[in-house]
Ligand binder design. Structure first.
Ligand code: ATP
Ligand code: MG
Length: 221
């Protein structure tokens, strides 16, 4: 993945998409090979160093938001700074800017159960970006949203890439979602077997055809 690139990862269920994300983000460790993240070779780091790198350099977004239910939207966004032992007062402007970026400045004091699914996912994006991570990893970020909310999330991710230069890797089953990326990588049985880039990576029907070919086990052309 190049810096500043938005990559979508597609593939049949069980092809290893989530595993790939967990490996990239240092949540899991490979039995073989190496991952270089932000200039750090993960195989050379011990568990504490990986934990620190993950906390500071990796943002995660999941299908089910994973917000802390007892905290407000703003507190959820601030949480990674607190966990990292930072003085939150020094980052007030960044937190406010992020809440504005995700369109929730007026909902900052709401708890997750007072927010829609799309709004909760916006909070989780702001939370994932608050440490200014080298990479944002998203596992089916629109998988639990209606299509309108999902579109809002994808537009937000696209903007994070275009305006903040955020590097993003997003796993998705949805060709429309993949169409927002700069590059679509197809996995099968744990291997990259196909790829679309440039205009082809924005062609939803082409993405669907390539994806369907994988699921059917067809020979790729
Ligand atoms: N902790 C684990 N230990 C051993 N095998 C695992 C583990 N987690 C997943 N697997 C296996 O690794 C393979 C890839 O799983 P993974 O969850 O990465 O697939 P996926 O592409 O994300 O699928 P889905 O689209 O259903 O989310 C599967 O065969 C799965 O059963
Ligand atoms: Mg998965």
């Amino acid at each position: 993945m190049r810096r500043g690139e938005f990559v979508a990862v597609m593939g049949p269920s069980g092809s290893g998409k989530s595993t790939l994300l967990y490996l990239l983000g240092g949540l899991d460790r490979p039995t073989d090979g190496d991952i270089v993240l932000d200039g750090h070779s993960l195989s050379r780091l011990d568990d504490d160093e990986i934990t620190l790198l993950r906390r500071r350099r990796v943002g995660f977004i999941f299908q089910f938001f994973n917000l802390v239910p007892t905290l407000t939207a703003e507190e959820n966004v601030v949480l990674p700074l607190l966990i990292d032992g930072q003085d939150v007062r020094r980052h007030v402007d960044r937190v406010t800017a992020l809440l504005e970026l995700v369109g929730l400045a007026d909902r900052r004091d709401h708890k997750p159960d007072q927010l829609s699914g799309g709004q909760q996912q916006r909070v989780s994006i702001a939370r994932a970006l608050v440490m200014e991570p080298a990479i944002l990893l998203a596992d089916e970020p629109t998988g639990n949203l209606d299509s309108k909310s999902g579109t809002g999330i994808l537009e937000l991710m696209r903007r994070s890439c275009d305006e903040l230069g955020q590097t993003i890797v997003m796993v998705t089953h949805d060709p429309k979602a993949a169409g927002y990326a700069d590059r679509v990588v197809f996995l099968k049985d744990g291997r990259i077997v196909d790829e679309l880039r440039g205009d082809a990576a924005g062609d939803t029907r082409l993405i669907l055809r390539r994806f369907a070919a994988l699921e059917e086990g067809d020979v790729l052309g």
